[in-house]
Write a protein that binds this ligand. Structure first.
Ligand SMILES: N[C@@H](CCC(=O)N[C@@H](CS)C(=O)NCC(=O)O)C(=O)O
Length: 204
């Protein structure tokens, strides 16, 4: 049995949706660095960064980093369609999200990790600039990868884009500046195979 460490409204939703699409049962462990408790202690034993999603495979292999987990699942379950036959742009897009967008979220959430003696005002300035940069990343993502997304049969790229764009005002920004791409993100999360997962993580 796979074990997925995650929390409501977190990036673990992307792995939950991927496991659903691949038809793989899993055990959910409620765990997050901001939720002290037994789940967090168990998570730290497998991922010292204490970040979610973390997925332990049925053979005990620990996988971390959303893009890497999604690629691993896509390769292990080729019939799931998580990865397309033409791999290059899907992998590039997944790494774009992880390296640029998700990393920016980490700075917005925890500016003090990246700033010595960070006072509140400095933290806010870091947040503001990073948020603007994040929104620019999403515009670039929409322009370069929008054509590679498949809202009617969501795969790894669709899932990670739909979930990571839920944070730090990115959706509102995209609605205004890239409306067609924004509509595609809404279509992905409304897909009948995974809609309930989005509803549980982000109730209206
Ligand atoms: N590089 C990781 C980032 C994962 C990440 O930042 N997850 C957030 C939750 S959505 C987290 O666990 N943050 C807590 C922390 O960094 O302490 C990935 O791509 O999966």
């Amino acid at each position: 049995m796979f074990t997925l460490y995650g929390a409501k409204g977190s990036g673990a939703a992307s792995i939950e949706a991927a496991l659903r699409i691949a038809d793989v049962p899993f055990r959910w462990v409620e765990a997050a660095s901001w939720e002290p408790g037994p789940g967090l202690e168990e998570l730290k034993r497998v991922n010292p960064l204490a970040q979610i999603p973390t997925l332990v495979l049925d053979d005990g292999t620990v996988t971390t980093e959303s893009a890497a987990i999604l690629i691993t699942l896509g390769l292990r379950y080729p019939k799931s369609g998580l990865l397309p036959a033409d791999l290059a742009q899907a992998i590039r897009g997944l790494v774009f999200i992880a390296a640029n967008c998700y990393a920016a979220i980490g700075i917005i959430d925890y500016p003090e990790r990246f700033c010595a003696d960070c006072d509140k005002k400095t933290g806010e300035r870091i947040r503001e600039a990073t948020r603007a940069r994040l929104h620019r990343y999403w515009e670039m993502f929409a322009d370069q990868f929008g054509a590679h997304m498949k809202p009617d049969k969501p795969g790894a790229l669709d899932l990670l884009a739909a979930i990571v764009s839920r944070w730090s005002g990115a959706r509102a920004h995209l609605k205004e500046h890239r409306p067609a791409f924004h509509a595609m993100l809404e279509e992905i999360e409304a897909h009948p195979r995974i809609a309930d997962i989005f509803k549980r993580h982000w109730p209206k």
